[in-house]
Write a protein that binds this ligand. Structure first.
Ligand code: NAD
Length: 285
């Protein structure tokens, strides 16, 4: 491995935290997976068991027991001091609530050794919103993964003006070492690269259907045929699940709020939440 990072701690073992921890363990790192209490750790254990199955089915290198072996490299704990004490890198994937994250960094600042790099997986907060709570702004940045990390393997890396370039470079190497394609942002941008592109794109598609200009399947056909993309925006919305775009749009401008209301009335309130629900803009078997 070309990275000096060996011991990785992931805070929060929810949807993304469990994936980041598992992917790191799968690539050979010793991982501590922290969550708040016994119930959360029990839920995490189930997530990890599901990930063993998913990796075995979907990741070619994970056959022959490699996914099960990854699980042996993960230690679960609800003791934050224990989670922090040996970490070279702590990746924080706790709920997207500013006060909660700041409280976590304040605690970590006292518990982690000086060598430890802190990285946030936050999707919507900027690292600048958190850096003063870390007590080490030079060793703090954002490392942002996409859901289904083993398949959609981008890692967007975004520091603040205070982030030490050597720390940034070290995290780029770590991202490569766990099989991600590192995407370096040169300065802070809400939404990073991916969501800066995706959110306006999906909003524009929803606006076409909401405004009665074209039906979702025709919008999708246009995008697929004219650009060669494998999926249209409504297919993507079904995969993401309609609650997430709804929650973004409901806080947007007047038109976004109207689109949010349309999504709620015509889809969400009817249980058409997307692929996972069996129906969204399309019906799935
Ligand atoms: P989640 O709700 O699935 O998981 C959050 C986990 O944090 C839970 O296991 C919860 O028990 C735990 N938790 C709650 N309070 C905590 C605390 N005080 N300290 C430690 N752990 C605590 O959330 P998620 O979807 O995994 O999102 C986590 C972070 O990852 C967020 O910042 C989110 O923006 C980001 N993210 C999510 C996605 C996604 O698609 N879900 C994608 C990229 C980034």
């Amino acid at each position: 491995m070309s990275t000096r990072i060996r011991n990785v701690t992931v805070l929060g073992a929810g949807v993304l935290g469990s994936q980041i921890a598992f992917q790191s363990a799968f690539k050979g790192f010793a991982v501590v997976s922290y969550d708040i209490n016994a119930d959360a750790l029990e839920a995490a254990t189930k997530r990890y068991d599901t990930l063993v199955t998913t990796y075995t089915e979907e990741v070619p290198d994970a056959r022959d027991g490699a996914a099960a072996a990854a699980l042996d490299r993960i230690t679960l704990t609800s003791d934050l001091a224990e989670a922090a004490e040996n970490a070279d890198l702590i990746i924080e994937a706790i709920p997207e609530v500013l006060a909660l994250k700041r409280e976590m960094y304040t605690k970590l600042a006292a518990l982690a050794p000086p060598k430890t790099i802190f990285a946030t997986n936050s999707s919507t907060l900027l690292p600048s919103d958190l850096k003063d709570a870390t007590g080490r702004p030079d060793r703090f940045l954002a490392l942002h993964f996409a859901n289904r990390v083993w398949q959609f393997n981008t890692a967007e890396i975004m520091g603040t003006a205070d982030t030490d370039p050597k720390v940034f470079a070290e995290v780029v190497e770590f991202a490569k070492a766990i099989g991600m394609v590192p995407i370096a942002l040169h300065k802070e941008k809400a939404g990073y690269v991916l969501n800066s592109l995706l959110v306006p794109f999906l909003n524009a598609a929803a606006g076409l259907a909401f405004g009665g200009y074209a039906d979702p399947p025709d919008v999708d056909s246009t995008w697929r045929i004219a650009t060669g993309a494998p999926l249209g925006p409504f297919q993507m919305l079904d995969i993401i699940g309609l609650n997430t775009p709804y929650n973004i749009m409901v806080h947007g401008d007047a038109e976004s709020q109207q689109i949010a209301a349309w999504l709620k009335e015509n889809y969400i309130d009817k249980g058409k939440l997307g692929l996972a629900a069996g129906e969204g803009f399309y019906t799935y078997k």
